[in-house]
Structures are given as C-alpha cells and as structure tokens.
Design a protein around this ligand. Structure first.
Ligand SMILES: [Ca+2]
Ligand SMILES: [Ca+2]
Length: 318
C-alpha cells in the first residue's frame, strides 16, 4: 500500500470519528402551531435565542484547512410533510458593536482581541445544498447570489424523523481568511407555515475550539438592540454599567456608554442609566448613586481629567 493510500485511509477514519456516534449539537426542528420551530443548539451564559455551532472539539470542522468545508450542524427533522419544501434564508442584522450599527450578513469574531470586528473584504460564505438545490452566498455587506434563499430539503419521506445534513458551509472568496469564528443569522421557511425565529450559525476557523462560546455570545449580543443603560451589554442594568459609563466618559463616536445615542458619553447618559437601573433589594446602598451635587463634581472632575489627558496626548503626538 502506498503512503498516499495509507494517508487516505487514516483521513477517512478520522472523518468517521468526527461525524460518527452522537450527532453533537444539532438543530432540532419541528412544526408547532403552524410555525417552523427550532430548539437544541448551544446553551451557555450570555446566549439568548437560538445559537448553533459545534462547541465539542471532537465534532469541530476541519481547523487549519485552507479551503474550509463543513456540513455541521445537522438537523433533526420532524413535523413537515413529505415534499412540503424547506428553505434557508440568511438575514442581515444590525451590528450594535460598531458605530452606526451597520447592517451585516457575515460576522467575524477575532480570538486575539475577543471582539466582533469587520470581516476581511472579499471573504464570503456559501451555504450550498448537499442535494444540489443550489446555494446562497453573502459577504459582510449583503447577498452576492441572485437568490436570497436556498432549498434545504424537499423533504423526502425518508428524511422525516431523521438526522440530516442539508448544507455544506464554505468560506469562499479571495485572499487569506483570518482565523476566528465566522457567524451568520438566518431562518428556515416552509410554504404554508410561518418562518422560524432568526438563528445564529457559527463556524470555527483555524483556531482553538475553546473560543466558540465566547464568540457566540459576542456576535449574538452585538445583534440585539441594547437595553437602555446596559452599557456593558450583559443583559442587566447594574453597577457594572455605571463603571462602564465612568470609564467611557468624554468619549465620542462610540457605542459603549452613549445611552441617548447623541455620539458623546456625558452626564445625560448617566441619567439614562439611572432611569433604567433597577437595583435588587440591598444593592442600592452598595452602589451609592451620586447625589446631584456630587454628580456635578464628578462630571467636572472628569472633564478636567479629559482635557488634561487630551492636552498630554496632543503634545506627545506632534
Ligand atoms: Ca450591564
Ligand atoms: Ca450621550
């Protein structure tokens, strides 16, 4: 046996191990009250809604591949009639982690700074039917394919009640793709019933599997409209947001603690936080909300600190 065939055999065994046995964390799909309904997926702190990806390193797609192709997660399919038609439609969502909250279709999470960031220009994602129904392709700015959806399954009678893999997910386009986690929102539709709620799909590319849950939380949170006063975007309005407001005070053009959306973090944003802060019993004293007089002193102090800081910075850069 040549070395090539030995390698091929080892690769096949490795692939079987990845996809054999348990189906890891699939999309569980049924039709409930005339709506496509999803469950399963990733469950972790900071994840609200439906988020799907593979956090089990044994089930991860192929880290380090130059051309990246995965067919996971699969779908546990119940509740559709044979031939009813099942489609997948990627969705643009606002990115509240960026100034101006631009609409985004392909998202990237950078493991180095642990932030959602701009994708490389030229990178796109193809959702390609494993049954040759076509594909839908998009980049961070929007659709690249003519059609905005792709058929997932007919489904066949033999698909129902089974675990199926309707798509290959392909990171495509020109150039090198930075490592990290790529994500995209979408929904499943079927004629005659209501579409699913939006779901977030995630793919780990060329990095340690451990980043997937952090990326899931960051991308999911970035697409959710922020709660007024929730400046660190953890879903609660509390003392940590006051600390964030203090840290951001005087900044312009940032999302962070700009609670009233006027492009600057100032005393008005403290008022937004205070008006939406709902302390649990016993927390009020611990947080020590500034009285109006001490607030003015605090703001004045920050203004002076900000002016001094800016003066120092400008002299050093000249
Ligand atoms: Ca918060
Ligand atoms: Ca503001």
């Amino acid at each position: 046996m040549t070395a090539r065939w030995i390698f091929f055999g080892v690769a096949l065994v490795a692939l079987s191990a990845r996809h054999g046995g348990a189906h890891c964390t699939p999309i569980e799909m049924l039709v409930v009250d005339e709506q496509v309904t999803l469950s399963g997926g990733l469950v972790a702190p900071g994840l609200a809604g439906r988020v799907y990806g593979e956090s089990d390193p044994e089930c991860q797609p192929f880290p380090g591949d130059a051309v990246w192709l995965s067919d996971i997660p699969g779908v546990d399919l119940t509740g559709l009639a044979p031939g009813a038609g099942l489609f997948y439609e990627p969705l643009a969502m606002p990115d509240y982690s960026q100034p101006g909250a631009p609409q985004r279709m392909l998202w990237h999470w950078d493991p180095l700074d642990q932030q959602v960031d701009d994708n490389p220009e030229g990178a796109s994602l193809r959702v390609l039917s494993t049954r040759l129904f076509g594909d839908v392709t998009f980049d961070q700015h929007g659709l690249l394919s003519e059609s905005g959806q792709v058929q997932a399954l007919e489904p066949l009678a033999s698909d129902l009640g089974r675990h199926v893999h309707p798509f290959y997910y392909v990171l495509a386009g020109a150039g090198e793709f930075p490592s990290g986690v790529y994500g995209w929102f979408g929904r499943f539709t079927s004629p005659g019933v209501a579409p699913s709620e939006p779901l977030l799909m995630l793919m780990n590319f060329d990095q340690d599997a451990g980043g997937l849950l952090a990326a899931a939380a960051a991308i999911n949170t970035a697409a959710l409209a922020p709660l007024p006063g929730d400046y660190n975007r953890d879903g609660a309005v509390d003392a940590e947001d006051l600390a964030k407001w203090r840290a951001d005070f005087g900044l312009t053009g940032v999302q962070g603690a700009d609670g009233n959306g006027d492009g600057v973090v100032d005393a008005a944003d403290y008022t937004v936080w205070r008006d939406h802060w709902a302390p649990a019993a016993g927390q009020a004293a611990a947080v020590a909300t500034p009285e109006p007089t001490s607030l003015l002193l605090l703001v004045a102090g920050m203004l002076v600190a900000g002016l001094v800081g800016r003066g120092g910075a400008s002299t050093t850069t000249r």
